[in-house]
Design a protein around this ligand. Structure first.
Ligand SMILES: [Zn+2]
Length: 280
């Protein structure tokens, strides 16, 4: 089942959304798809009796800085825009729900979109509250969520910072990294994966349990095989969204001094306005 989904939906994040939908953990999902993907997805939805609605606009992605080609910001354009672009698609077992989701997004009604997608209310409110400010930068909500979080160690279920590596149990930004409702969703999602593939569930859990260094413009870094003594993080391996200078430094030194959740030191280099989070 999972392999079949991967074939059609290309990555874990999108495939798992469909898995949750088929298992009634979500009443609708929203994805983006290009022309070729859309054809495959339509066939899949027909075979599963899923209802699919396609947006009456296309989006062109504005790629984030140093996030491995990831885009949090998109620009809406007309369907007949010459740029190929991506469609937004809305899928549900219920035709009306798929329609409502399409209309809500058309109206930029974030509240209704969030509700139909089963996001917790606390996280919808957080998204709306921070949207204007974040859209001016890269529309990423990791730092605002961290600001609202107590301390810097959190349950791995809420690790939404490594979604850049196609690993996540959530489909929304948690309002903080201890958000109970988000953790509850992530737990049932992990259970759902476990029923299909113990191997994948274990892989996810292992990968999600890690320290993450988040920077707005210099990449996201996750550390493996690590230990923390006092404020010193030591690790054997670092994975990053970009192979830049900072990656070279982190890869050579294998040690970070954690000054606060927003400041770290690597050798003599002090990094400010970052997010340093440990998911356990
Ligand atoms: Zn929340």
């Amino acid at each position: 089942m999972l392999n079949k989904l991967l074939e059609i939906f290309s990555n874990y994040t999108r495939s798992l959304e469909i898995l949750y939908l088929l298992n009634d953990l979500k009443k609708a999902v929203r994805l983006d798809a290009n022309e070729i993907e859309l054809k495959k997805i339509k066939e899949f939805c027909n075979s599963k009796r899923l209802h699919l609605q396609v947006s009456d606009f296309k989006v062109i992605k504005i790629t984030d800085n140093e996030k491995g080609g990831f885009s949090n910001l998109v620009k809406k354009v007309d369907l007949n825009h010459p740029h190929s672009g991506l469609y937004h698609i809305y899928i549900s077992k219920n035709q009306n729900t798929a329609r409502l989701l399409k209309i809500a997004e058309h109206n930029n009604d974030d509240k209704t979109v969030g509700e139909i997608l089963n996001y917790p209310n606390c996280c919808i409110d957080f998204f709306i509250k921070n949207k204007e400010k974040q859209q001016k930068i890269q529309n990423d909500y990791i730092l605002p969520a961290l600001k609202d979080s107590e301390g810097f160690k959190f349950p791995f279920y809420a690790n939404y910072a490594v979604r850049y590596f196609d690993i996540t149990l959530l489909s929304h930004f948690p309002h903080n990294f201890s958000c109970k409702d988000s953790i509850k969703i992530a737990k049932s999602n992990l259970e759902c994966i476990k029923k299909r593939s113990n191997e994948l569930a274990n892989k996810f859990e292992k990968m999600l349990k890690c320290p993450v260094l988040y920077t707005e413009n210099d990449g996201i870094f996750m550390f493996q095989d690590y230990k923390i003594n006092d404020d010193i993080l030591e690790y054997k391996n670092v994975i990053s969204t970009s192979k830049n200078e900072l990656f070279e430094l982190l890869n050579n030194k294998k040690t970070i001094e954690i000054i606060s959740k927003n400041e770290v030191k690597v050798m003599d280099k002090v990094l400010k306005d970052i997010g340093m989070v440990v998911f356990i």
